[in-house]
Design a binder for this molecule. Sequence first.
Ligand SMILES: [Zn+2]
Length: 181
Amino acid sequence: MPPKKKKMSLKIKIYPDPVLKQKAEKVEKIDQEVLDLIKNMKETMTEEKEGKVKGVGLAGNQVGVLKRIIIVSTKDGPKGFINPQVLRLGKKKEIGKEGCLSVPGLWLEIKRPAWVEVKAINEESREVEFKAEGFLARVLQHEIDHLNGVLFFERLGLFERLRVKRKLNKLIQGLKSNNFQ
Ligand SMILES: [Zn+2]
């Protein structure tokens, strides 16, 4: 009997790791490697920390893999999407609180389009197109941004961004000293 596969938890890249500023590449072929990566990313995202699931979304960049793959938490559990593309964005915007596994400790109110229409390939290698609203729309936009090297605080307006800059710098210093301990 083959040994039971161990859970594979991936290391999450923390800002200002340069991989977070890079653009992920399109997945040309959905092979076992891609499927394993999706499985491991799901496990990494849903790992529990202090009794709570770690995250609600995860993008390839965040585990150091520059492939256009995202995991998002849905009402049916975590789902993996390959080569997700934004087809349309709602005109109406909504403000909501966001955090990021790659920028621990920073929570910001971010304004984003209230709905999004996405085209992607699902884990069964099928092309899917769907419209998402509310929280899911927010998570999808946040994760697709990651694939384009965009971080959530870059979605703030100029003035708000200046306001959080100090906080962000402090956070970076703290993270740096933690990383090198
Ligand atoms: Zn994030």
